[in-house]
Design a protein around this ligand. Structure first.
Ligand SMILES: NC(=O)c1ccc[n+]([C@@H]2O[C@H](COP(=O)([O-])OP(=O)(O)OC[C@H]3O[C@@H](n4cnc5c(N)ncnc54)[C@H](O)[C@@H]3O)[C@@H](O)[C@H]2O)c1
Ligand SMILES: O=P(O)(O)OC[C@H](O)CO
Length: 396
């Protein structure tokens, strides 16, 4: 399937960090030979989405001569109830029996529990772990990755540091000194595993050829990938929709109906856009109409894990913690929304923006038990006032 590209001018986003610029420049110089040899792909992560990503990628590396057939997948090793190692079972059955049971990954997927060994020969790295583990993973990889390696992050989340918010693609770029694109979209992993049609968005910084290579690596007839030059916009959409999904789950748990849920999704989308643009003025309005934007928000609020666990939280009147519910309901899979709500709240607090984002702020306060789940409607409906950069005020 032909990759689809948005037409646009080439100015890099104004907030590009110096390290990212250097990484992008190095990647650009190396790009001449990057497209001329067989690229070797390693996937860092093997959860629910990580396993589906390996299936998509493995089908394409076999089909396309520009990629080495074998796909290595780093597995955070664990012992199964049978006493076997998860890695051994994946390699003998070709199935991730814990995180994606019943789906064959492709015989060319090799599970590897040794992180350093898994990445050592790769020149394309796909990062797809729950976001809370990425700092530790990057720390282990510092100094082990060549500057000409290309990376992509499928991770929906961010970190908050003393200096402010840090997107996961920036963490990867800054820690490892490599260029990092992102892939986000309306992508409930179990549906893509059974080859139901869906779309995704690659966000890239400046090198279109590299974005095109990522589009090739992921695209299948049932997985349509489009690239846009807006890393921060794409990544913030994927990250922030998890907070709105919790709000939608509270509404479902309280049985408030479809109109209320639609209202919460609309208010959430408005806050996603305002927050993204306040952090990065380069973020494009059009990005919110790609798969990573409104489509991911819809699918997550209808069928995602964050929604599901938030519904149970509200049904229990907030009396069972998210940690307990996650452990009971997700069999080792991880929620991203609760920690993202906390991280967003920290940013809002530090910057004096709490009143501008009543839905985001209320979701966090419900998660920590400061407010009851019913507050999601009472508080989110307050009209926020966005002070524009030119000093005027706009009510949205
Ligand atoms: N599952 C989906 O439908 C989906 C779809 C799109 C994007 N995403 C995003 O992809 C990312 C990864 O999600 P997922 O569904 O693959 O993961 P998951 O929710 O299935 O998480 C489980 C994974 O975390 C690993 N893990 C547990 N403890 C760890 C540790 N201490 N260090 C490192 N790894 C550890 C487990 O081994 C397992 O591989 C998330 O940011 C998620 O938001 C998920
Ligand atoms: O199941 P969730 O809530 O983690 O959402 C999964 C994906 O991000 C949907 O695109």
């Amino acid at each position: 399937m032909a990759p689809a590209f948005e037409a646009q001018g080439g100015a890099p986003p104004p907030q590009a960090e110096p390290v990212q610029e250097q990484a992008a420049a190095a990647a650009s110089q190396n790009n001449a030979h990057f497209s001329n040899y067989e690229s070797k792909v390693t996937i860092v992560g093997s959860g629910n989405w990580g396993s589906v990503a390996s299936k998509l990628i493995a089908s394409n590396t076999l089909r396309l001569s520009s990629f080495h057939d074998e796909v290595r997948m780093w597995v955070f090793e664990e012992i199964l109830p049978s006493g076997e190692k998860l890695t051994d079972v994946i390699n003998s059955t070709n199935e991730n029996v814990k995180y994606l049971p019943g789906i064959k990954l492709g015989k060319n997927v090799v599970a590897d529990p040794d992180l350093e060994n898994a990445v050592k020969d790769a020149n394309m790295l796909v990062f797809v772990t729950p976001h809370q583990f990425m700092e530790g993973i990057c720390r282990k990889l510092v100094g082990k990755i060549n500057g000409d390696v290309q990376a992509i992050s499928l991770i929906k989340g961010m970190e908050v540091k003393m200096e402010g918010p840090c997107m996961i693609s920036s963490l990867i770029s800054e820690q490892l000194g490599i260029n990092c694109c992102v892939l986000m979209g309306a992508n409930i992993a179990n549906e893509i595993a059974t080859e139901k049609f869906s779309e995704a968005t690659v966000g890239y910084r400046e090198n279109r050829e590299i974005a095109e290579k990522w589009v090739q690596l992921f695209s299948t007839p049932y997985f349509l990938v489009t690239a846009v030059q807006d890393v921060e916009g794409v990544e913030l959409c994927g990250t922030l929709k998890n907070v709105v999904a919790l709000a939608a789950g509270f509404v479902d748990g309280l049985e408030m109906g479809n109109n209320t849920k639609a209202a919460i999704m609309r208010i959430g989308l408005r806050e996603m856009k305002a927050f993204s643009k306040l952090l990065f003025s380069s973020v494009k309005d059009t990005t919110f109409f790609e798969s990573c934007g409104v489509a991911d928000l819809i699918t997550t609020c209808l069928g995602g894990r964050n929604r599901k666990v938030a519904e149970a939280f509200a049904k229990n009147g907030g009396k069972r913690s998210f940690d307990k519910l996650e452990a009971e309901m997700l069999q080792g899979q991880k929620l991203q929304g609760v920690s993202t709500a906390r991280e967003v709240y920290e940013v809002l607090g530090h910057r004096g923006w709490l009143e501008l984002f009543p839905l985001f702020a209320t979701v966090h306060e419900i998660c920590i038990g400061r407010l009851p789940p019913s507050a999601i409607v009472e508080h989110s409906e307050r009209k926020p006032r966005f002070e524009l950069l030119d000093g005027s005020t706009q009510y949205c």
